[in-house]
Design a protein around this ligand. Structure first.
Ligand code: SF4
Length: 682
């Protein structure tokens, strides 16, 4: 019999609602859910084929234990005993935990509680550190909180959309659809990016700037707005502070359009026009993604965006706001669940003794939980991993594949290779699994119940469509079982994900009013939803920001040269991004036939003139070198990239991690969008 099971697409943060078509215990197709306010009956190619990897023959089906150089299949009890015994041997500060934005809220909450309550460590983080840590840090300084301010449908209501560093039509195609909606109503679309992307095709004004010059562009636009009296004086006076300090910075001569044009490669007239359109719009919204945040200066980029939106009063109304588009479908949720070294669920600081006491009381562990001290973030963990003295000696990775996704591969590989003990839970045997002591087979999104929280803070329900392969289990169940084996059965007495959600909602102020009944509706609920009678919040900061005084804070920033600049040895600026067919490390999309058939190997996009000067042609294999490492891939010549700029997709093998360097301390994010490289015939 054929049934349709509603659930959520496992790829981008848009969180499109899908129906999985199940026939005789197998998923045979996917259709869009027409009742969803997010995708309204439409899907992009990834969503259309989001069932194709599920029954892949190489899914992990049983736990694996390393014996020398090989892995032996085992049963759950044996694996759990080994893990429990090993974890008991290490001090809390010697253990590191990675959660995942691919896992459900319940998986992540259980892992966070396991880290803090069972292993007594705050060394927990996840891959979002490399995506939107700059957003969290930057927006928290300006507004008091680091989330997307408005909803996805609201973007289509805007009079002017300003999009930077987001190839929206490829990475979040169903959010791209809102740009078309806004344009159809007469709205304007300004797009800023180093590449002429699929998204640029839709632009009414395209600012093609050199990667890493975002702050200069934004300061220039703000200076022009002030010089022409287009700032929103009423909003500035009643809702913000520190405006005079912003004026001092953006009105400097170095940010006038002529100077900035020289620096960024954008014409003076286009900079002036962008300022006029933004300044005069009835409502203006900003969309950005990793093109803005994925920089060593990402925090400053985000602050500059927040300054622009406060300057023009474009916060707290329909069609306005700062919409930082999250990557994976549960980046927002993994952060909300407290899978961060400095926060409990709901962004409650681990260092706050009142919060610490409150959570200890609710959890009721017989012994103290992790002390009120910030743990290590993901890059700090890998820098310390594998060292015997004061190092990280054991790690538990749930749904993360750092051997492909993390920057600075040499450090990551050294750390992982030299750990005493590594447990990886995943749905496939990833590159990282090769280094594991124990590999655990996890259920995928279609094989479990639970919730995820999309980029706009919408909490949505996952439904189980089929059984997991072999004896694979949902991660929340695996973690609960290990906690029980380590003597914490009472604190992990969950019988279902709903039990975990209820406990989490009690702890997390923004989730207090979210109930199972509300989640059964395809709209889900946008947090903050502080009480059962509350409908959820589509637009933040309508009356006050999240700082104690309710004000937004202008945080002026100066443009700084990127951490790397081209020279005669490394003359090209490499920028990285996504393609519509694939998602992140490609473990799922590259096993989906219709997607893999489109693109299935690493490549570098280069301007024909740059290719000619390097003596290579379209289709040749080249060696790409940065100051950090090298790799081989095919060359693709494209005339719509700026000369001197080259582009690589994020997902293939270790493309990103081989060439990129260490993370910067402010956010823990590395420089991914302005790495200097050279290339030559292989
Ligand atoms: Fe929607 Fe994103 Fe899935 Fe495409 S990948 S269907 S835009 S959630």
């Amino acid at each position: 019999m054929i049934t349709h099971v509603p659930t959520i697409c496992p790829y981008c943060g848009t969180g499109c609602s899908v129906n999985l078509i199940v026939n005789d215990g197998k998923i045979v197709g996917t259709t869009p859910n027409i009742r969803s306010p997010v995708n309204e009956g439409k899907l992009c190619p990834k969503g259309t084929y989001c069932h194709q990897f599920i029954h892949s023959p190489d899914r992990l089906k049983k736990p694996l234990v390393r014996k020398g150089d090989v892995f032996i299949e085992t049963d759950w009890d044996t694996a759990y005993h080994l893990i429990a015994e090993k974890f008991r041997q290490y001090a809390p500060e010697e253990i590191g935990i990675l959660a995942s934005a691919r896992c459900s809220n319940e998986d992540n909450y259980a892992l966070m509680k396991f880290a803090r309550g069972v292993l007594k460590t705050n060394n927990i983080d996840h891959g979002a550190r490399q995506c939107h840590a700059a957003t969290m840090t930057g927006l928290t300084l300006s507004f008091g909180m680091g989330t997307m301010t408005n909803s996805i449908p609201d973007i289509g209501e805007s009079d002017c959309i300003f999009c930077l560093g987001s190839n929206t039509f490829e990475q979040h195609p169903l959010i791209g659809r809102q740009i078309i909606r806004a344009k159809a109503k007469g709205g304007r679309f300004i797009y800023a990016d180093p590449r002429y992307t699929t998204t640029a095709i839709q632009a009414d004004l395209f600012l093609q700037f050199y990667s890493g010059s975002d702050v200069a562009v934004l300061n220039c636009i703000m200076g022009e707005i002030i010089r022409n009296g287009l700032e929103n004086r009423e909003f500035i006076a009643s809702r913000t502070r520190e405006f005079e300090s912003l004026k001092k910075v953006v009105l400097q001569n170095k940010y006038n359009p002529r100077e900035v044009s020289q620096l960024t490669g954008v014409s003076r007239d286009y900079l002036i026009k962008a300022a006029e359109w933004i300044g005069k719009a009835k409502s203006c919204t900003v969309l950005y993604a990793m093109g803005l945040a994925h920089h060593s200066g990402g925090v400053n980029n985000v602050r500059a965006i927040a300054n622009l939106m406060m300057l023009t009063g474009n916060i707290g109304r329909p069609g306005t706001g700062i919409n930082a588009l999250r990557g994976q479908n549960n980046v927002q949720g993994a952060c909300d669940m407290g899978c961060l070294p400095d926060f409990f669920p709901g962004y409650q600081p681990v260092t706050d003794s009142v919060v610490h006491r409150k959570i200890s009381k609710i959890w009721k562990f017989p012994d103290p939980i992790a002390p009120p001290r910030t743990g290590l973030d993901i890059s700090q963990m890998f820098q310390k991993a594998g060292y015997k003295n004061h190092g990280i000696r054991a790690m538990f990775l749930v749904g993360e594949n750092p051997m492909i996704s993390e920057p600075d591969l040499n450090t990551v590989e050294h750390g992982i290779r030299n750990l005493d003990f590594l447990v990886v839970s995943d749905i496939f045997f990833t590159k990282t699994c090769e280094y594991a002591s124990i590999v655990l087979p996890a259920a995928c999104y279609a094989e479990k119940e639970g919730t995820v929280t999309n980029t706009e803070r919408r909490v949505q329900k996952l439904h189980k469509a089929v059984e997991p392969p072999g004896i694979a289990k949902p991660d929340w169940q695996i973690i609960t079982d290990i906690a029980g084996m380590m003597g914490y059965e009472e604190q992990f007495s969950y019988l279902s994900p709903a039990d975990i959600f209820d406990e989490m909602a009690l702890l997390c102020p923004g989730y207090h009013g979210i109930t199972s009944a509300k989640l059964s509706h395809p709209d889900g609920v946008l947090w903050p939803c502080p009480s059962v009678n509350h409908k959820g919040t589509a637009i933040l900061y309508e009356e006050r920001f999240s700082h104690p005084d309710g004000k937004g804070v202008f945080c002026p920033v100066e443009w700084k040269t990127p951490s790397e600049l081209p020279d005669s040895h490394y003359p090209f600026r490499l920028t990285t991004g996504r393609v519509i067919w694939h998602w992140h490390t490609g473990t799922m999309t590259r096993r989906s036939k219709n997607l893999a058939d489109e693109v299935n190997e690493a490549y570098i996009e280069v301007h024909p003139a740059d290719a000619a000067s390097a003596g290579v042609s379209d289709g040749d294999i080249v060696v790409v070198r940065s100051r950090k490492g090298s790799l081989s891939c095919r060359i693709k010549t494209v005339s719509d990239i700026k000369e001197g700029v080259v582009f690589m997709p994020l997902l293939f093998d270790a493309a990103l991690s081989s060439l990129t360097g260490k993370s910067v301390p402010e956010s823990g994010t590395a420089e991914y969008k302005s790495v200097c490289v050279t290339f030559e015939p292989a």
